[in-house]
Design a protein around this ligand. Structure first.
Ligand code: ASP
Length: 334
């Protein structure tokens, strides 16, 4: 059947039924909240690793003034991207083995709109370019030269990378790792992506994710972070998830999408993250150095996270609390 002919048949009755029913999923209506004694908690921002504290501060400024979650998650991670002391996100990030700092980022809003850039060089704020892809093009993802051309055309600020100190470290690394350069190994030196999820006072959720990826990766390598469904996924009916760690393993199980789908089936965010991590473990025979972590929030405002090895943590800021770090194996009672 030709594509055009297909469209002539119009929507199936199942699709029409879905469109007519406003409340598609059983899990998150008001009655359910009352039955579960769950009070919906709005105005929350969470983000991966300790750089999340400063990023949350900025996102929180927007949320607490009644701003939208999409603006909060963009502004929040821009703080991390602009921090030249950060070696795993943005312009201070470490390069690939050929000396190029290639940045990956994506963003997703409450209407399932999304945008992404991968392998982007010399632009200060990949997350804002990802948002521009979402808002100003009919596409979801732009990569490498195409992404850069678009960014320049849109007037995004350029930045020369790698910065001096990082270049020096890369040269020293190359000298010490001649063997690694011969075959494409994973180098475990640094890899701390920022993934952020925010729910605004209207109860809508958005997410963002940005990284310079694995230090000294092969040129052209793209991890999970800019891949919608792997590094980040939001479904405003269910919740959102983001990931950090070895991107290859996260992509293999469509990690963040898996976490959201598990929450759709009734798992708490913590349970969902744990099951996704267990799935990663079950798919690999060699787990040495294979760290992966997920962070998730559902539409009740419940939060959870889990990682293969301990040591993963996240920052959380919510209405009646302070901006604080939580260890990923901390399992709350909800
Ligand atoms: N997930 C990122 C990547 O694979 C790196 C990380 O978060 O550790 O590029």
């Amino acid at each position: 059947m030709k594509r055009r002919t297909f469209f002539k048949f119009g929507l199936s009755s199942a699709a029409l039924a879905i469109l007519k029913s406003k409340n598609i999923y059983a899990g998150f209506n008001q009655q359910d909240r009352l039955n579960n004694n769950l009070i919906k908690r709005n105005n929350i921002v969470i983000s991966t690793w300790s750089h999340g504290i400063k990023a949350n501060d900025e996102a929180w400024r927007i949320l607490s003034e009644g701003g939208k979650s999409i603006d909060a998650v963009e502004a929040g991670v821009r703080v991390t991207e602009a921090d030249i002391t950060n070696r795993s996100v943005g312009i201070g990030g470490r390069p690939d083995r050929d000396g190029h700092v290639t940045l990956d980022a994506c963003i997703m809003d409450e209407n399932s709109r999304c945008g992404s850039v991968a392998c982007l060089e010399g632009i200060k704020h990949p997350i804002s370019v990802a948002r521009a892809v979402m808002e100003k093009t009919p596409h979801v993802m732009l990569v490498a030269d195409g992404a850069k051309e678009f960014a320049v055309q849109q007037g995004f600020e350029k930045y020369k990378t790698p910065i001096k100190e990082v270049k020096k470290d890369w040269k020293a690394w190359k000298k010490k790792n001649k063997d690694l350069l011969k075959k494409p190994n994973i180098n475990h030196e640094n890899h701390d992506t920022i993934g952020m999820l925010a729910m605004d006072e209207y109860g809508n959720m958005s997410g963002s994710c940005t990284t310079s990826g694995w230090a000294y990766k092969m040129h052209g390598r793209v991890g999970d972070s800019p891949i919608i469904g792997a590094g980040l996924f939001i479904d405003n009916e269910v919740g959102g998830a983001c990931a950090t760690g070895m991107g290859e393993a996260i992509i293999r199980i469509a990690g963040s999408h898996t976490v959201v789908e598990l929450m759709r089936q009734g798992k708490t965010p913590q349970e969902a993250c744990k099951i996704a991590v267990e799935r990663i473990i079950s798919k690999h025979t060699d787990m040495s150095g294979l760290q992966c972590g997920f962070l998730a929030m559902d539409m009740h405002g419940r939060v959870g996270s889990y990682s293969v090895y301990s040591g993963f943590n996240y920052a959380i800021q919510e209405a009646d609390g302070k901006n604080e770090m939580i260890n990923s194996d901390f399992d709350r009672e909800w």
